[in-house]
Each structure stands twice: as structure tokens, then as C-alpha cells.
Design a protein around this ligand. Structure first.
Ligand SMILES: Nc1ncnc2c1ncn2[C@@H]1O[C@H](COP(=O)(O)OP(=O)(O)OP(=O)(O)O)[C@@H](O)[C@H]1O
Ligand SMILES: [Mg+2]
Length: 294
């Protein structure tokens, strides 16, 4: 059975799970699991590369890392890592496979839940489907230290949902004004619709640390003034031709070029996240998904 043929079954399945969920206690990942969503608004700013390299860097520190390719209809984390999954999340959604059966092992042992590519129905999950997905992820994620969502481009319901349920949101921007305004738009939606008041910022594809800090300061002024949001500076990634080279080779730069300028930046970002063990004050109260928001 092709995934597309049976996607409608998910809705039925989800109705059942939604009823089960309301009948039982509130679900949650294990207290130790840290759940981070990586989003941007604008596409092509480097989210997938950042997730893969930070995931790798955390794995090298001995953390158990799970990456969810939350770009459900147009995922490409598997391509970036040179994996060739036989099954992906669409098969879990139709009930053909369990998440345990589709999860792949990437560099440094990090685990990846691959997404489908080219299944339009998955680009906008219904509310019931979202709830079902969250339940499945929570069930599986509790054995990991770090759970990262690599969201897609834009401000689709999926992007908003996965960012809203995560404990922490990392926004990725580049120096392009369009990237900055799109990230602002995304923060605005998450703030007003889901009461998220804290974001972490990574500035990608910069020529220097100074450029990254200048951009952070400018954006920080605007969000403080107009949105009353806290923006944490989580670091920067220098523009590095080795990244493009590695993308073509389907390898990640941190593995292939551990001394490259971008790998040094990825490691610094990882350190920043390990040091600030809890960046989001919501996370200190509860290590659960922000389930109550829905
Ligand atoms: N620091 C960098 N230096 C040079 N090139 C980079 C850097 N970061 C990302 N890129 C390039 O940008 C391209 C897009 O990166 P990536 O796929 O990670 O973006 P994305 O935000 O996940 O895109 P999408 O929104 O489509 O999911 C890649 O092909 C990569 O080569
Ligand atoms: Mg991507």
C-alpha cells in the first residue's frame, strides 16, 4: 500500500487516539529529554545543516540525540546525511510501521526519524493528525537526552505547531533582510498565538562574528520594543564553502572537516546550549512538551 493511498486512515486513527488521550493523564516526554525546534520563516537559510551538525556535536559529547525531520511532506535530512530510508514518517502515520521501525542511525550514532518527500497531504496536518504525531513522538522520545525538530520553510501550521510544542525554539536567520523579516513574522505568530516569549537566535552564513552580533542586536531591539520578547543570542555560523561541498557529498561538515571554520561555530553553539542548560524558563518548570497549549 502506498503511503498516499492510506493517509486518510490516519484521521480515523487520530480520532481514536484523541479520545484515548483525553481519557488518560497528560502525556509527556521523560523529564530529562530536552525538546528543541529549529525554525526560520524563510527557506534555505541552513536549518537542516544546523540541526545535523549540532546533533552530531551533541552526540560526540555522549548525549543521546534524536532528530525528527518535521518537514513532513518535503523532508531532506536523510539526503543530507546520505541515508537511504526504506520507510519514513508517512508509513508511521498510516500505521504500516512503528517509529521504532523507521528510525535511522546517522553519524556519531544520532537517530533520525526521516520524513516523506513529495507527499503534499502531510505539509498541513489536521489538528487530529498533529495530536497523533505528538503522542507518537512523546512515546518514543523519552529515551533520548535531546530531541530536535528540523521544521520546514514558511509559517505553515506544521511549522507553528512543532515550534509551539517544543520547550525551546531556535530561530535561524541569515544577513538577508528577507530572512530577518520572516523570522520576525514567525516570532510574532508564536508569541501572539501561543504565548511564546523567549527565542534563541543563530545567525548563519555570516562573514564575521561582528556581523552576526550586529544583526542580533538590531533584531533584538525591534522584538523588545514591538513584541516584548526575549531573544537569546545562541551563536553564529560563518559562511563556509566546505558546507556546500559536503552537501553535494551527502556528508556533514563536522564529520568530514572537524577543523573547518563552520565546525568550530557548530561546536561553540553546542557548548552554549550545554552551558545554558535551560534557556527557556518554561522548560525549567516542565520538561514536557507544551501540551497544555492545545
Ligand atoms: N554556513 C554556511 N555556509 C555556506 N553555505 C551554507 C551554510 N549554511 C547553509 N548553507 C547552504 O545553504 C543551503 C541550504 O541549507 P539547508 O538545506 O540547511 O537550509 P534549510 O533552511 O534547511 O532549507 P529549507 O527551508 O528548504 O528546509 C545548503 O545547500 C547549504 O549548502
Ligand atoms: Mg531544511
Amino acid at each position: 500500500m502506498k503511503p498516499t493511498d492510506s493517509l486518510k486512515n490516519v484521521i480515523h486513527l487520530s480520532e481514536r487516539d484523541k479520545r484515548t488521550q483525553t481519557a488518560h493523564s497528560e502525556p509527556g516526554v521523560d523529564q530529562k529529554t530536552r525538546v528543541i525546534s529549529v525554525a526560520s520563516g524563510k527557506g534555505g537559510v541552513g536549518k537542516t545543516n544546523i540541526v545535523a551538525n549540532i546533533g552530531y556535536s551533541f552526540s560526540k559529547l555522549g548525549k543521546k540525540v534524536l532528530i525528527f525531520d518535521a518537514d513532513l511532506g518535503l523532508g531532506n535530512m536523510d539526503i543530507l546525511l546520505g541515508l537511504a530510508p526504506k520507510h519514513n514518517f508517512s508509513h508511521a502515520m498510516t500505521g504500516e510501521k512503528k517509529i521504532e521501525d523507521i528510525v535511522m542511525t546517522g553519524p556519531a550514532g544520532m537517530k533520525i526519524i526521516p520524513a516523506a518527500s513529495g507527499i503534499q497531504e502531510l505539509t498541513e496536518l489536521s489538528e487530529n493528525q498533529q495530536i497523533w504525531v505528538l503522542h507518537e513522538l512523546e512515546r518514543f522520545a523519552s529515551q533520548f537526552d535531546l530531541f530536535i525538530f528540523d521544521t520546514g520553510a514558511g509559517i505553515s501550521n506544521n511549522v507553528i505547531y512543532f515550534s509551539a510544542v517544543a520547550q525551546e525554539v531556535i530561530l535561524v536567520i541569515t544577513p538577508e533582510p528577507t530572512s530577518i523579516t520572516d523570522a520576525y513574522a514567525l516570532m510574532k505568530i508564536l508569541h501572539y498565538r501561543h504565548d511564546i516569549n523567549e527565542f534563541n537566535l543563530i545567525v548563519n552564513m555570516v562573514k564575521s562574528q561582528k556581523d552576526a552580533l550586529d544583526i542580533f542586536r538590531q533584531l533584538n531591539l525591534v522584538v523588545k520594543r514591538f513584541l516584548n520578547i526575549n531573544l537569546n543570542y545562541s551563536g553564529y555560523v560563518l559562511i563556509d564553502e566546505k558546507i556546500t561541498k559536503c552537501v553535494r557529498m551527502q556528508k556533514i561538515v563536522s564529520e568530514l572537516y572537524p577543523e573547518s571554520c563552520s565546525t568550530i561555530c557548530f561546536n561553540a553553539i553546542t557548548r552554549q546550549f550545554t552551558d545554558s542548560s535551560l534557556i527557556n524558563p518554561h522548560a525549567s518548570k516542565s520538561r514536557h512538551f507544551n501540551w497544555k497549549k492545545f
